[in-house]
Write a protein that binds this ligand. Sequence first.
Ligand SMILES: [Zn+2]
Length: 286
Amino acid sequence: MRKSKYLLALILLSLSVLLGACKFQNKASNTIYTTIYPVYSLTKLIAKDKLVVEKIVKDGAEIHSFEPSSKDIAKLTSSKAVIYLGLVDEWIKKPLEGTNVKVFKASTGIDFLQNDPHIWTSPKLLKKMAKNIEEALIKIDPKNRQYYERNYISVLSKLDELDRQFQDVASRAKRKEFLISHPSFGYLAKDYGLWQYSITGVNEEEEPSAAKMKEIVDLVKKKNIKYILVDPNENLPGVKSLAKDTGIKIVYAYGMGIVSKEQSQKDTILSLMEKNLKAFEVVLSK
Ligand SMILES: [Zn+2]
């Protein structure tokens, strides 16, 4: 009697261990990795809860100088699939060489201009990225094809709306040029007939030189610029003194090169682009 009770306990214990292992296995085989926030957010909007979508570049980290840790590399090599942007996150390639991990590029069909990776700030290019991601998800998990197709259509309709709204703001704009601390909106400028002036280069996040600041002060005077777009996650003290010296006002916009934990949890790339729309409406108004 005592022996059978013991046996029963043992069976129950092994069953629960087995179930636990299955659950773990399930999570691991359902996990896909993305690299940077824009790819992560778009992928989540289309995959929703059918896959576990993770991102390698952590909240608060900066994409241009990012290097994966050995932990990050272990995550990449053990995942089911990886979706990356291209240009700025080519660091996924080497660790994934010769592995069975499926790799998808979200920028397929998009030409990068010079060395500028910020394609995600143009709604027109976001539509292409969303399509690439939808196709990747269908390849990763074909049985849920219709689910991903539906979610993609819903994302696309929101991007169409954003596209129309940016078109509208640009066409009504009093001025076509804008000043920004870090040049995250070059593709938006190109696609909507605007001109971007920036303090730093496309892959730089550091404080500009005195000569560069002098150039910007002259530009502000010459063009009678009233505003500067700044990502609240960037820390450029020079911008504050520039604003103070020239009287231009700081307007927040989200280039998504650094994304805070709060934004990562509460926002999506769509809600951040809606905030960007409002920011552009202001800076182009006078
Ligand atoms: Zn950037």
